[in-house]
Structure formats: structure tokens, C-alpha cells
Design a binder for this molecule. Structure first.
Ligand code: SF4
Length: 454
């Protein structure tokens, strides 16, 4: 039995296993600076004379960037607050307004803090001092001039934006893009192929074109498609570098882990498409190459290679990275990191990028019927030589949890261990550390037994 000691308070590192910490990539620090710059820039959008779009869902900011709009990704705002452990007052405020705790905690945080609290702050009834640092953060988020929703698979996103629309008195223009599920039921269906794929690619691309007309109408300026191509040239190059760097992590020991890719999500998800994005992933790739040359792993004495399924628990990124490192387990890949975010950049034709952008939005892993999605997960597990799967059952994100029992069954059929643990995207109260400790310990023992028997 490995040493198993109770954990300390929520902000301490977990004392578990051998006490080793994750060996994180240093190059990702540049991403932290870019994220801070992005928020600072956003907070001054009004002074810069920019219109502000609030959007939810997939990575459509290049459309805003190309038109010189400022953008707020609802999920990113909630994750930002959660990563800074500033989400709890927002969630309490949301509950007081009647939003159920089972509602998506991204939505609950965004609505609760960035809207309700902002309104209360403005009319002096927030209930916290105006000079409280939390009030300062809330006050900074500029209100929307437009709302755009582009959510594959999950309907919570549309309802979240509908609530936002109502909170602003039904006056902010709203545009909703339907990104339909790829059922995969036709005989010619498969990953990136078949009639359904072609029809739905065109269907989403047509809506994106309609969105540019909506943006034109509400900004009073003509949409610049040359600029969109230019922005996408950076996004496409960054996506290629990211995938090349990820592929290098098939090496043993893996030079980077799922948690390094988690902290690299902001650049491909919502940061501006410019040279900084390319520089960021060039830096990540170079560090990974250098680690391979020197035999340095993301986890000391890597013994087990795991796949992480489920949405990230943003309160716990460092905590979880250390927890797995402490049992010599490297989480080498994940559904959230390795199957989303400009995953097929070769589909993007820079002369006419909209269709390829639509196709990348469609292949969000949740947006495939389960057999195709699970087939793709298994390919990744084979490629990265995965021994076990960790299923983060995020309590309020059903979008990611719906297929998890099928994914775990498939893992077991393919000789991989699987464990479930509870948590949530932006609500720390659902995470149970002791549960994960016990199950991780049991999984490690099973993997050892499996090896001894082989
Ligand atoms: S439930 Fe999950 S997929 Fe749906 S809006 Fe919330 S975080 Fe996104």
C-alpha cells in the first residue's frame, strides 16, 4: 500500500503518494502573461472605443478580432475567476437569485458575478465594499453590445445566453449559431467523411457568414474577410505547432503532461490570433524537444500513462498535476485537450477560411455520436500508450459526462483501468479529494497486478 495521508486545506498541495510534484513546462508562463494582457486589454475596451461581444461556446473569436471587436468568452471568464478562487461570491449570488446549484457552474458563475453582482454594485446594493478586490474585478467586465452563441452539443449554452439577454432587458442584439450533432448513423459516416459531414459543414459555414452580416449590421462597418484570413494564418500555424508538440509526447517519459496542455488552452481558445500565439507554441515545442533530448519527463520516474476524460476542474489544475505526479503517473492526453481546439488545421484554406473553421467547430468531441467519438479516444490511447483512464465526472457539465460510462467500458474492453471521480468545472464544492485518493490508489494497485500477471 502506498502512503495515504489526509490532505490539508483547499489551497495547499495534496500530501499523497511519494510527495513528488509535477515538473511543469516553463514555457507556458508566457501564456500566463498573454492571458493577463488579454483581460487588461478587455477591461479597457470602452476607453479604446471598441464594441464588446459576449459569446459562449466554440472558438469563434477570430471573427471578432478581424473586425476589431473586444470579446468576452463566458466560460473563460468563469474559469478565470475559479482559477483565482474568486468564484464563490458569484455562485452564492446566483443561488440567492434562484439559480439551482445543478446549473452549469460556468453559467452560474458568469451570470451570478458578472451580471447580477455588477448590477448590484452599480446600484449600491451589492453587499460588499466598493473597494473590495472582488468588486474591483466585477466592475471591470464591460457589458455586451452583442451576444453570440455558438455551442456544439450542449443546450445549456443557449439557455445561459437567453438569461443574459433577459438580464440586459432584451435590448442587446443576439445571434445564435446552431452547430448540429454529427449522429454518424448513415452508412458512409465516419470521422471527417460522409454526406452528413459535408452537409453539416456547409450548414455551419452558411451561419458563420450570416453572423458576419449580423456583426456588420450592428457595428455599422463592412466585414473584412482579408483580415480574417490574416488572423487565421496565425491561428492555423499555432494549431499546427501545438499538434506537432503534442505528438512529441508519445515519447517515454512524456516531456509534457495533460496539465501543461490545459494551461495552453487559453491561447487556442480565446486569445487574439497574432504572432504571440505562434511564439507561444514555438516555445512550448522547443522546450519539449529539449526535454526529449535530455530525457526529462513531466513526472519523475514515470511508471503509468493515463488519459484524462472530462472537462477541467479549474480550481484544481496544479493540485491534480501534483497528485498524479506523486504516484509516478503521467496524464499524457485527454479528451478536452487532445480532441478539441483547431484539431484539424489542414482543413482551413487561408484564402477562404470559413468552411474549414466551421468544420473545426463541428468536431468538438462531444459533437460526435458515441461510437465515432469513442473510436477516436481509443486511437489516442493507443498512440500515447495509455494504461488507464481517469474520468472526471464534472457534476454540472453534462455535456462532457453523458458518454463517460460508455468510454470507461471501452477502456476496460481494451485492457485499460478506469476510475471515476467527482468534481466540477468551476464549483470547488463538488470535488472530493478523499474519493480520488482512494480510487487512484486502487487503480495503481490494479495496474501493478496487471503488469505482474503479464
Ligand atoms: S454544461 Fe458543460 S458543455 Fe454545457 S455550457 Fe456548461 S460547461 Fe459548456
Amino acid at each position: 500500500m502506498m502512503q495515504h495521508i489526509a490532505t490539508q486545506g483547499p489551497s495547499a498541495s495534496p500530501i499523497f503518494g511519494n510527495g513528488e510534484r509535477a515538473n511543469r513546462l516553463k514555457s507556458t508562463k508566457f501564456g500566463g502573461r498573454l492571458v493577463n494582457d488579454y483581460w487588461d486589454n478587455l477591461f479597457s475596451a470602452r476607453e479604446q472605443g471598441k464594441m464588446v461581444v459576449w459569446y459562449n461556446g466554440t472558438y469563434i473569436p477570430p471573427f471578432f478580432h478581424a473586425h476589431d471587436l473586444a470579446w468576452v468568452h463566458g466560460e473563460a471568464w468563469s474559469a478565470y475567476l475559479a482559477a483565482k478562487h474568486g468564484e464563490i461570491p458569484a455562485q452564492k449570488a446566483g443561488e440567492q437569485w434562484g439559480y439551482d446549484r445543478e446549473l452549469c457552474s460556468y453559467a452560474r458563475t458568469h451570470i451570478g458575478q458578472a451580471l447580477i453582482d455588477l448590477q448590484k454594485l452599480n446600484d449600491g446594493t451589492l453587499g460588499i465594499a466598493p473597494d473590495d478586490p472582488r468588486a474591483e474585478t466585477m466592475r471591470k467586465l464591460p457589458a455586451p453590445d452583442m451576444i453570440i452563441n455558438a455551442y456544439p452539443y450542449c443546450s445549456s449554452g443557449q439557455q445561459w445566453d437567453d438569461i443574459t439577454y433577459r438580464l440586459f432587458g432584451k435590448k442587446v442584439p443576439m445571434f445564435t449559431i446552431s452547430i448540429p450533432l454529427l449522429w454518424g448513423g448513415r452508412t458512409d459516416a465516419g470521422y471527417l467523411r460522409g454526406d452528413e459531414w459535408n452537409e453539416r459543414s456547409r450548414y455551419v459555414a452558411d451561419q458563420l457568414m450570416a453572423m458576419t452580416r449580423f456583426i456588420e449590421e450592428h457595428s455599422g462597418r463592412k466585414y473584412d474577410f482579408d483580415r480574417l484570413s490574416e488572423v487565421m494564418s496565425y491561428v492555423k500555424r499555432a494549431a499546427e505547432l501545438r499538434l506537432e508538440a503534442m505528438d512529441l509526447c508519445t515519447t517515454t517519459p512524456s516531456p509534457a503532461s495533460f496539465f501543461d496542455w490545459i494551461v495552453s488552452i487559453a491561447p487556442v481558445n480565446f486569445l487574439p490570433g497574432d504572432q504571440n500565439l505562434v511564439t507561444y507554441f514555438e516555445g512550448v515545442k522547443a522546450e519539449i524537444q529539449q526535454r526529449i533530448a535530455s530525457g526529462e519527463g513531466a513526472v519523475k520516474d514515470e511508471k503509468y500513462r493515463l488519459f484524462f476524460d472530462g472537462m477541467m476542474n479549474w480550481n484544481k489544475v496544479g493540485w491534480l498535476a501534483d497528485k498524479f505526479a506523486a504516484v509516478n503517473a503521467c496524464v499524457v492526453a485527454g479528451r478536452y485537450t487532445h480532441m478539441s481546439f483547431w484539431q484539424e488545421p489542414q482543413l482551413i484554406d487561408l484564402k477562404d477560411p470559413v468552411l474549414g473553421m466551421a468544420q473545426n467547430y463541428l468536431i468538438c468531441p462531444n459533437n460526435h455520436g458515441a461510437p465515432i467519438m469513442i473510436g477516436e479516444i481509443e486511437k489516442i490511447c493507443e498512440k500515447f500508450n495509455v494504461n488507464g483512464m481517469v474520468m472526471h465526472a464534472s457534476r454540472t457539465c453534462r455535456g462532457m459526462t453523458n458518454s463517460q460510462f460508455l468510454i470507461a467500458d471501452s477502456a476496460k474492453r481494451n485492457g485499460r483501468q478506469a476510475l471515476f471521480f467527482e468534481g466540477d468545472v468551476a464549483d470547488e464544492s463538488f470535488y472530493k479529494d478523499e474519493l480520488l485518493n482512494t480510487r487512484l490508489e486502487a487503480m495503481i494497485e490494479s495496474m501493478d497486478a496487471q503488469r505482474r500477471a503479464a
